[in-house]
Design a protein around this ligand. Sequence first.
Ligand SMILES: *Cc1c(COP(=O)(O)O)cnc(C)c1O
Length: 408
Amino acid sequence: MTDMINPPYRLLMGPGPINADPRVHRAISAALVGQYDPVMTDYMNETMQLFRTVFQTENEQTFLIDGTSRAGIEAALVSLIKPGDKVLVPSFGRFGLLLQEIAQRAGAEVAVREIEWGTVFTPEQIEQAIVEERPKVLALVQGDTSTTMNQPLEGVGEICEKHGVLFYTDATASIGGNDLKVDEWKIDAATAGLQKCLAGPSGSSPITLSEKAVEVINSRKVIEAGIASKEQVFDEVDRIRSNYFDLAQVMDYWGPSRLNHHTEATSMLYAARECARILSEEGMEQAVQRHYHHGRAMLEGVKALGLELFGDLEHKMNNVLGVYIPEGVNGEDVRAGLLNNFGIEIGTSFGPLHGKIWRIGTMGYNARKDTVLTTLAALEAQLKRSGASVVAGGGTGAAFDYYTEVGI
Ligand SMILES: *Cc1c(COP(=O)(O)O)cnc(C)c1O
């Protein structure tokens, strides 16, 4: 017999996933109801309303894609892009590369602008690229966990509007922990995931679409999915190239007509609804402030241990910190020590940063004083054991000082 699943308790202080809020675990374990049970349709409507608060939007079309965050990315891009359309991706990390790849697979002609990892684009650079490339869609990551950077989006929507470009953003890592104002910033499509600042498990991707985006998507609608009548020979270029991610169909499924599409992932909807409920209860501004303060306490602590910080700190996400691995220290040994001795996970890194930095997260349910202080204490002890010279008591001391200063 295989034993019942019983994982060890870990404190997940990496760049995501993080520990889910216990309330989210309780919501997931709630009883299942049928697809068209009025109880379920009420939950769906409530979920849409709650995520309007999270995305700070009035967009009618605000719902969930069943799947991890990249399901939301893929749904947005494959539904907006026709083969041959031009897409501009200003890329500043690993998730910019993902947007390029998904747009390419959707048949787009992809134009890319790249900058050094650890920096962000200015609105002027983005506008210049738009003028040069004349894309249909601008696909831009907000917070890229691979570099910890938070791309400023304010003003980008106006630029897109001026040039008639649709503006999509992947806000998976940033939403809930950093400002994201979908309506105010004129974002046409935004997608997210639960496993970063939303305090849930991976597996559901909230999405919101402006009226302009909805129009573009619905213009590609095939009335009876997959069946073209003799008169209605649909244009193969026009038809959305995915059934699962056909947002025209998914909107009809979430909308009043409730046209059958997939079977809603009921337990994940419970989870997503609870994540959004907890955040709305706290208030979006308060949640961003909480992420700011605990992120800052971690930063002060790590710095006071004598470690060096990565990237443009002015544009760092509140919820994740890049830390240079000190010279002569084996980064993977320290991570393994933290996991095996303290049950704490911190993140490694990818691409040009691999082997150079760790990434430490303070997000979602783990953006708390106790998790920050525990992690700093453990990091100090483990670094000392790995032969690094650290300032004894420096980490927790500086974090304590910061907390005192801001009254936490
Ligand atoms: C973490 C992250 C994701 C995660 O995608 P999954 O499909 O849920 O693994 C996507 N985009 C960004 C910007 C992220 O930081």
